[in-house]
Design a binder for this molecule. Structure first.
Ligand code: ZN
Ligand code: ZN
Length: 377
């Protein structure tokens, strides 16, 4: 079968690889109908991780069940399903508490597994014609038959729940004001989720005009940090108080204001300034324990200069960590089905799997409007 294979920094190729087979009675094989490229795939693509050539990418996957192990009880051939990017067992101490992003069964020695991602276990990615899904009863979320809402449902694998998770970590409540840093796909999903949760005023900080325009289209207030300190711009619109809540949808690859230089702590420090005393920050943006491409020795070891004193002084709470997709994907699916949510406004391109190589290249360079790419094998 065809799959997107990592060949080395800035190169992927669509190649023939072995088609997956049932390895365990609770496995299913899904024929992939949609698989999305994620900003976090670019960390591997750019050679910033320990990903070895040969890895098949793809943690955002959906499709139709083609084969089932004998132990699968709730699914059948032909079911249309979407899988959380988290591979989870459903029965370990973290899974039973709902922390499926920190499953201790699926990736020994570490908490958390994912498809097609370095250090996240042996699970092959779904940017391919087929994918093997383990613990299938737990990991497959059933979808209505047919092909309606395809580009909405594929976002249930990661970015819609991840954006929502940012709001959950920040405990966004109705009537609150929220600052979301980053208007990439996850930032837009966080802003969208804040509005779904009843936030009164949602600011979205970025410097790319097209992204800010998207934010405005969904009812958020765009803040262009190229035009001045975003904290001051938000203060002006919140009576000098700042926002109730904040979401970091950028992570460690943030750029400093007015330059293209990476400054990994800049968003965290801006958020600590932006959010009012006793507010809360949600950090779904990715930070890593080590970053070979970091701008200085400390950043290379995953250590950043964060204004912890100011965080304490303001009594701010901060929630971090990757999304436990299964906590949210069922009700977010139902909101899509009922017409209450339509997250596919972030999808910029739908392409055949064959075009993955050029899609990665263009998405990485952020050219031709490439923001969120869905591949159809
Ligand atoms: Zn993703
Ligand atoms: Zn588990």
């Amino acid at each position: 079968m065809k799959a997107v294979v990592y060949k080395g920094p800035f190169t992927v190729a669509v190649e023939d690889v072995e088609k997956p087979t049932i390895q365990h009675p609770n496995d299913v094989i899904v024929r992939v109908t949609s698989t999305a490229i994620c900003g976090s795939d670019l960390h591997m693509y750019e050679g910033r991780t320990a990903a070895e050539p040969g890895i098949v990418f793809g943690h955002e996957n959906m499709g139709v069940i083609e084969d089932l192990g004998q132990g699968v009880t709730t699914l059948k051939e032909g079911d249309r399903v979407v899988m959380p990017f988290n591979v989870a067992c459903g029965f370990c101490m973290n899974c039973v508490e709902g922390y499926t992003g920190f499953c201790i069964t699926v990736n020994p020695g570490f908490a958390g597994g994912a498809y097609g991602y370095v250090a996240m276990g042996p699970w092959k990615g779904g940017q391919a014609e087929y994918i093997r899904v383990p613990y299938a009863d737990f990991n497959c979320l059933k979808l209505p038959q047919g092909n309606e809402h395809e580009t909405d449902f594929i976002l249930l694998a990661d970015i819609f729940p991840t954006g929502y998770h940012g709001c959950e970590l920040a405990q966004v409540r109705p009537g609150e004001s929220v600052a979301v840093y980053g208007a990439g796909p996850v930032g837009l999903m966080a802003a969208y989720s804040a509005l779904l949760r009843g936030a009164r005023k949602v600011f979205v900080v970025d410097r790319v005009p097209e992204r800010l325009q998207k934010a405005e289209e969904i009812g958020a207030i765009p803040i262009n940090f190229a035009e001045g300190d975003p904290v001051e711009q938000i203060e002006e619109q919140t009576d000098g108080i700042g926002t109730d809540k904040g979401v970091d949808a950028v992570g460690y690859q943030a750029t400093a204001q007015g330059t293209d230089n990476e400054e990994p702590a800049t968003v965290l420090n801006s958020l600590i300034r932006t959010v009012r005393p006793t507010g809360a920050l949600g950090v779904p943006g990715l930070y890593v324990p080590s970053d070979p491409g970091g701008p200085d020795e400390q950043a290379k070891q995953g250590m950043l200069l964060v204004a912890i004193g100011r965080l304490f002084e303001k009594g701010l709470r901060m929630g971090t960590g990757q999304c436990n997709v299964k906590r949210y994907n069922r009700f977010l699916r139902d909101m899509i089905i009922d017409g209450r949510a339509k997250p596919s406004f972030v999808v910029s391109h739908e392409l055949p799997l064959d075009q993955a190589s050029s899609a990665y290249n263009k998405f990485d360079k952020r050219i031709e409007g490439f923001t969120k790419v869905v591949l159809h094998p």
